[in-house]
Write a protein that binds this ligand. Structure first.
Ligand code: C2E
Ligand code: MG
Ligand code: MG
Ligand code: MG
Length: 290
């Protein structure tokens, strides 16, 4: 009986493996055509200057508008895109369309011409030989000051091949492009690595922001991160701010910028356009002025 059970279990397991493999294959082939079929869409999440409450930049976040499945979040297809290499054409599409959008905003809203965009980039893109050249070309095409572009790279991707990464990041920074370490605090980078990486911004992961004000030990960890960032000459953005209390703690710790549902969710371009229609010298995200 035990044998029969074991066999049965094996068959069930095998079957579900097949289903999974089939779904993956199907998704991969669908993802291949997603760009051509115009199924990728971009959302933009405001990043706010904490002391003034002004809109500083927007983070560009991709979604996949799947004909049957509806809006697929990036966590459900970026890993597959990374494995298959599809992240390179997808990443280029994102950069190109985000820059086109920024150009349109700059032309239409002169008082917001220093607005920046922050674009997520996978490690795999950075290892492409023509990556730096393609960034330069897109910026030139849309007449965008390289300072207005920030590239976000996760801490773990950065530490993968430190030497190569440092070289590519340095080239990008020489051009004027800014670099952020995304999801900071989750990738175990040491002070030694950090001081060697050519970066401008630390983005504190939202797992550290969530307990702020409730767990004083976490407040201390975030304070230490901000102090360390200052020592290295970096500025700090905190992600995942959802409550006023979290914002107040971050404000008291001297965090530069914040992002999260308290200010705004990731929004379609037309809603950012509405925000930009308000005067530059008024805080556009009123909740910040507590
Ligand atoms: P990320 O770069 O860390 O982006 C922040 C994520 O946190 C976004 O999820 C955003 O919607 C979410 N978020 C923002 N504020 C809050 C908040 O207050 N509370 C909570 N609970 N969540 C908040 P999203 O859009 O689902 O993106 C997930 C991840 O997918 C991103 O994490 C990024 O790593 C990746 N991703 C998105 N777009 C791209 C892309 O164009 N290229 C690449 N390579 N990765 C991308
Ligand atoms: Mg990011
Ligand atoms: Mg992040
Ligand atoms: Mg994150």
């Amino acid at each position: 009986q035990a044998k029969a059970q074991g066999k049965g279990r094996f068959v069930v397991f095998d079957h579900s493996m097949n289903v999974q493999a089939m779904q993956r294959l199907e998704m991969e082939s669908e993802l291949r055509t997603a760009i051509e079929q115009g199924q990728l869409v971009l959302n933009y999440q405001p990043i706010v200057d904490i002391p003034t409450g002004r809109l500083r930049e927007v983070e560009v976040l991709v979604r996949w508008n799947h004909p049957q499945r509806g809006l697929v979040p990036p966590d459900d297809f970026i890993p597959l895109a990374e494995e298959t290499g599809l992240i390179c054409p997808i990443g280029y599409w994102v950069l190109y369309h985000a820059c086109a959008q920024l150009r349109e905003w700059q032309v239409n809203f002169r008082h917001f011409r220093d607005l920046g965009i922050s674009v997520n980039v996978s490690g795999r893109q950075l290892y492409q030989t023509d990556f730096v050249a393609s960034v330069r070309a897109v910026l030139a095409k849309f007449v965008i000051d390289p300072h207005r572009l920030k590239l976000e790279i996760t801490e773990s991707a950065m530490l993968n091949d430190l030497e190569k990464m440092t070289e590519v990041l340095q080239e990008l920074r020489n051009m004027g492009v800014r670099i952020a370490i995304d999801d900071f605090g989750t990738g175990y980078s040491s002070m030694a690595y950090l001081s060697r990486l050519p970066v401008d911004t630390l983005k504190i992961d939202r797992t550290f922001v969530r307990p702020l004000g409730e767990d004083t030990r976490v407040d201390g960890v975030v304070r230490a991160m901000i102090t360390m960032a200052r020592t290295l000459g970096l500025d700090v953005t905190s992600e995942g701010i959802e409550t006023n209390e979290q914002l107040l703690v971050l404000q008291s710790l001297g965090c530069d910028c914040g992002q999260g549902f308290l200010f705004a969710k990731p929004l379609p371009a037309c809603e950012i356009t509405l925000l930009l229609a308000s005067p530059r010298d008024e805080p556009v995200l009123a909740k910040v002025t507590v």
